[in-house]
Design a protein around this ligand. Structure first.
Ligand SMILES: Cc1cc2nc3c(=O)[nH]c(=O)nc-3n(C[C@H](O)[C@H](O)[C@H](O)COP(=O)(O)OP(=O)(O)OC[C@H]3O[C@@H](n4cnc5c(N)ncnc54)[C@H](O)[C@@H]3O)c2cc1C
Length: 430
């Protein structure tokens, strides 16, 4: 079995950017044999949320390359140029392309690395290969769609698997029920429920707002209830001053702070990204709700200050037990389907690396995304997208991907055109 210099788990934007960085740094340094493993059958960026009318929440200039190398051939502008749409895009006068177009851009970039990516394989375990007292290599076990497993060995690993659907405790026993699903499965699940008349959405963030608007426009015209714990929908703050927290320099600032200051910063800027739809979406929802008041038709509703306490499958669909957090009164409501727009958890990489946990104290990550490890563990393991608590809110977004991937590539290759073996011989100072 051959040994790869690097295995990248997942081939979403983070690892596509890494493939680009490795290619662009190759001119200055050695070639490294990198392979990426992706569980989807082909590249797709949050496929089940590619809704009509959904736009990017970030400037297209924060693409896979521009912030590090505006002259890269992998920029969004070069994509437009190659597709023959540069002038037409300019005429739109926007920084925020549709998510469908950005997905097409990302797929175009990913497609240039097809030979390096094994699609349709899910990595199910990463284990240690020991020689003497040390772990010299990593064994990466994957399973394809037919259930067949395959093992590859690697000198270094970059884990970029995105978030895992956050399923609130009271819904966990209903996983597998086709009438209860997370926003990350929205399109493929809702198309199977075209007879659903009453649908609840749990959550008050961007995905909840987008799904509300999508359901409003569906031909079967379901009645939608948006259920949230808070008093109101808060718009995301993307004003120029607040946006500075997404600048590269802020990562250093954040990383150097003690843990209590970091968590204060995360909660201070929470409304830039969490439970905070774009103001346009909130306005659209309220226009719809107002139009209902004019016509007297009350199809949709907003249920604020309500918490779901329990959920059960009933003959009528899904029954929710809801607590009014003001009056402390409970009520029961029936829906044909419930959509959980409840966000993502970001510690899923730890489950994948569990067999290595004895070498990875508290899964602590260094400034340049390498997991700090016991000296016996020779391979370097990097994490992309799982470092929000230490590196800031930008970590899970596209904001810093172009620069982060170059930092990791530089560490992998060795700054002075060194060889990949250096990483396995030396400790990278965190
Ligand atoms: C609906 C939606 C819209 C968003 N819009 C924006 C936006 O406008 N701007 C912005 O900055 N951010 C946005 N984000 C945040 C998003 O996290 C980033 O845009 C980006 O997707 C992060 O890239 P990633 O590669 O780190 O993670 P992901 O895009 O999640 O990619 C991870 C990849 O790993 C694969 N994978 C997971 N586990 C395994 C495994 N065990 N084996 C093999 N493959 C695996 C997955 O299939 C996936 O392809 C959005 C997120 C969502 C959910």
């Amino acid at each position: 079995m051959s040994v790869h210099d690097l295995i990248g788990i997942g081939f979403g934007p983070s690892n596509v950017a890494l493939a680009i960085a490795l290619e662009e740094q190759r001119q200055n340094a050695c070639d490294i044999d990198a392979v990426f493993i992706e569980k989807q059958p082909q590249f797709a960026w949050h496929r089940d949320m590619l809704l009509e009318g959904a736009d990017m929440q970030i400037s297209f200039l924060k693409d896979l390359a521009t912030l590090h190398n505006p002259r890269s051939r992998f920029t969004f502008i070069n994509y437009l140029f190659e597709k023959g749409r540069l002038q037409d895009f300019i005429n739109l006068k926007t920084f925020f392309p549709s998510r469908c177009e950005f997905n097409d851009y990302l797929a175009w970039a990913a497609g240039q690395f097809d030979r390096q990516c094994a699609y349709r394989e899910e990595v199910i375990e990463v284990a240690a290969e020991k020689r003497g007292g040390a772990v010299s290599l990593l064994r990466v076990l994957s399973r394809d769609g037919t259930g067949k497993t395959r093992e590859r060995r690697a000198r270094n690993l970059v884990v970029s698997i995105g978030g895992a659907a956050n399923i609130p405790e009271c819904f966990r026993h209903l996983q597998g029920n086709s009438r209860v699903f997370h926003s990350s499965q929205y399109l493929s699940s809702i198309t199977k429920l075209d007879r659903a008349r009453r649908i609840a959405i749990i959550g008050a963030g961007q995905s909840a707002a987008e799904i509300f608007l999508d359901l409003h426009g569906r031909p079967n015209a379901p009645a939608v209830e948006l259920i949230m714990r808070g008093h109101a929908m808060h718009p995301s703050d993307n004003s120029p001053s607040v946006n500075e927290i997404f600048n590269i320099e802020f990562i250093d600032y954040m990383y150097r702070r003690p843990p209590e200051v970091r968590s204060r910063l995360l909660s201070e800027f929470r409304h830039t990204n969490y439970a905070a739809p774009d103001i346009d979406q909130i306005e659209q929802i309220f226009r719809i709700l107002y139009a209902q008041k004019v016509t007297g038709c009350s199809r949709h509703s907003l249920l604020t200050r309500h918490q779901t306490r329990a959920a059960r499958a009933s003959s009528a669909g899904i029954q929710l037990q809801l607590l009014d957090t003001d009056s402390q009164q409970s009520c029961q409501k029936d829906y044909d389907a419930v959509i959980l727009a409840t966000g993502y958890t970001r510690t899923n990489y730890q489950a994948l690396l569990e067999p290595l946990a004895p070498y990875l104290p508290d899964f602590e990550v260094g400034r340049h995304y390498r997991l700090k490890s016991a000296p016996e563990l020779k391979p370097a393991i990097f994490i992309q997208g799982g470092c929000e608590t230490t590196h800031g809110i930008s970590d899970t977004l596209l904001s810093i991907i172009a620069v982060r991937s170059h930092e990791i590539a530089a560490a992998l290759i060795g700054e002075a055109g060194g060889d990949i073996g250096r990483l396995t011989e030396e400790r990278v100072t965190a």
